[in-house]
Design a protein around this ligand. Structure first.
Ligand SMILES: CC(C)(COP(=O)(O)OP(=O)(O)OC[C@H]1O[C@@H](n2cnc3c(N)ncnc32)[C@H](O)[C@@H]1OP(=O)(O)O)[C@@H](O)C(=O)NCCC(=O)NCCS
Length: 164
């Protein structure tokens, strides 16, 4: 029998399971465990985790942009365990956070993606289509100027304005 996926806002005790999930979801960069703990505590309102049985198999972390004139949800990382991919879980998690009452004022979704991450581009293009919103892209953190050659350029993806 297929186990059910349960989506919920994360709690501080999810921090280490989140660390482990991100670590097995290449090409995501791992964060410090302390950073993961902040994501699931201070930023729980703008994050979601998905559990199957007792295992954490999906997560979206993010926060409201602090200095934006338009209310914007910045999506930090989306991770889906290999065993749960291709089921629509990543998109379902993004929509779950957006559907929360306290997110009703959000006008834009932002994230950054490296050029070669086809799954991530497909996910956010699919989200934009579903929300019937425009998607624009620009360079946010450049390989040389910001990463000193140690990381590929991160492109800022902006979806919105949201009207649905
Ligand atoms: C990217 C990732 C989160 C997608 O998770 P998922 O649950 O399998 O994605 P979904 O099933 O919700 O798919 C959403 C859309 O993206 C498309 N997609 C997902 N993975 C894809 C892939 N590898 N190649 C092409 N398209 C892909 C789906 O076909 C779907 O498109 P549709 O709605 O037009 O049919 C997952 O592959 C992952 O964790 N990858 C490693 C971490 C990572 O790169 N995260 C990037 C986000 S920061």
């Amino acid at each position: 029998m297929k186990e059910k996926l349960i989506l919920r806002p994360p709690e501080a005790t999810d921090g280490m399971a989140l660390f482990d999930l991100v670590a097995r979801c290449s090409p995501l960069d791992t964060n410090s465990s302390y950073c993961n703990l902040l994501q699931v505590s201070h930023f729980s309102d703008t994050a979601v985790v998905a559990n199957r049985a007792s295992q954490l198999v999906g997560s979206v972390t993010g926060y409201r942009l602090p200095n934006s004139t338009s209310p914007t949800w910045f999506v930090w990382q989306v991770a889906v365990d290999d065993s749960a991919r291709g089921l629509g879980l990543a998109k379902q998690m993004l929509l779950d956070v957006l559907a929360r009452p306290h997110m009703a004022d959000i006008e834009y979704i932002e994230t950054t993606i490296t050029r070669d991450n086809e799954a991530s581009w497909a996910l956010f293009r699919s989200l934009a289509r579903q929300l019937q919103a425009s998607l624009s892209e620009s360079v946010m953190f450049e390989q040389q100027a910001h990463f000193q050659g140690r990381h590929a350029t991160e492109y800022l993806v902006r979806i919105g304005p949201l009207t649905l």
